[in-house]
Ligand binder design. Structure first.
Ligand code: KIV
Length: 273
């Protein structure tokens, strides 16, 4: 393993030394290469691909085979970043055996270095079993998109005392079960701050305020490529939808007017000259 590779122990170390962790989702080779070259620490092959790549309404339809396909593309591009494969809905819920088999596929076939799964108390045995087999686990609590139907929509979690206490105790239990990091999604800033202070593994926030040990954003949100809706916590660093749309219009106009291709953009017929 090259010495500048981001590893699971390095991610844990970053919290100890107070270095913030930058995480982005990635789904394909060209973007994963750009993200890796920019020095982002973790490429998360998120099941958000169901929404931002496949055009589904939720992450629930995403399959294991699709996740492996995308993880392979991302892993081929990642020369430095740690690749984390997101376990899709029903790949770890039914049994411990399926959890191990599916998580193993992310490492064996997808070439990922870790997996992520959603849930608190109910997934502790999964997290324990995976870490016992040396499959590092990034846990994920708060607004967990695979629990869409239980939550009744994508709603901020942990706003009342009981929910907040449950999330705090889930975070501690997940750390004890062996998780190497914890995504906190869609929870109040103060709660995320308390959880971050209460555990030794790094917290990675999304819609959880500025006090987490790292942040994650969905690539298509950051680039302004996903325009169906924009959650409050998203900061758009580019407007690629507009740039791409304008390029397509110019291309169409050049084709229709005969400006593309020019003579120079064609091949010469050398045997005639
Ligand atoms: O699937 C995903 O992209 C995620 C992140 C938003 C944390 O779970």
């Amino acid at each position: 393993m090259p010495s500048d590779r981001v590893t699971v122990p390095l991610i844990r170390k970053k919290k100890e030394i107070g270095e913030k962790i930058a995480v982005l989702t990635a789904y394909d080779y060209p973007f994963a290469k750009l993200i890796d070259e920019a020095g982002i620490d973790i490429l998360l092959v998120g099941d958000t691909l169901g929404i931002v790549v496949q055009g589904e309404e939720s992450t629930l339809p995403v399959t294991m085979d699709q996740m492996i396909y995308h993880t392979q593309m991302v892993s081929r591009a990642a020369k430095r970043a740690l690749v984390v494969g997101d376990m899709p809905f029903m790949s770890y819920q039914a049994s411990l055996e399926e959890t191990l088999t599916n998580a193993g596929r992310f490492l064996k076939e997808g070439r990922a270095g870790a997996v992520k799964l959603e849930g608190g108390a109910r997934v502790l045995d999964r997290v324990e079993a995976l870490t016992r087999q040396d499959i590092p686990v990034m846990a994920h609590i708060g607004l967990t998109p695979q629990s869409l139907h239980r939550m009744g929509g994508y709603k901020v979690q942990g706003r009342n005392t009981q929910e907040a206490q449950e999330l705090l105790s889930d975070a501690k239990a997940l750390e004890s079960a062996g998780a190497f990091s914890l995504v906190l999604e869609g929870i109040p800033t103060d709660l995320a701050k308390d959880i971050t202070a209460a555990i030794d593994i790094p917290t990675i926030g999304i819609g959880a305020g500025p006090h987490c040990d790292g942040q994650v954003l969905v690539l298509h949100d950051l680039l302004g490529l996903f325009t169906r809706f924009q959650p409050k916590f998203v900061r758009r660093y580019a407007d690629l939808a507009t740039i791409a749309g304008e390029a397509f219009l110019r291309y169409k106009s050049d084709v229709q007017s005969g400006k593309f291709p020019s003579e120079e953009e064609g091949y010469s017929d050398s045997h005639r000259s």
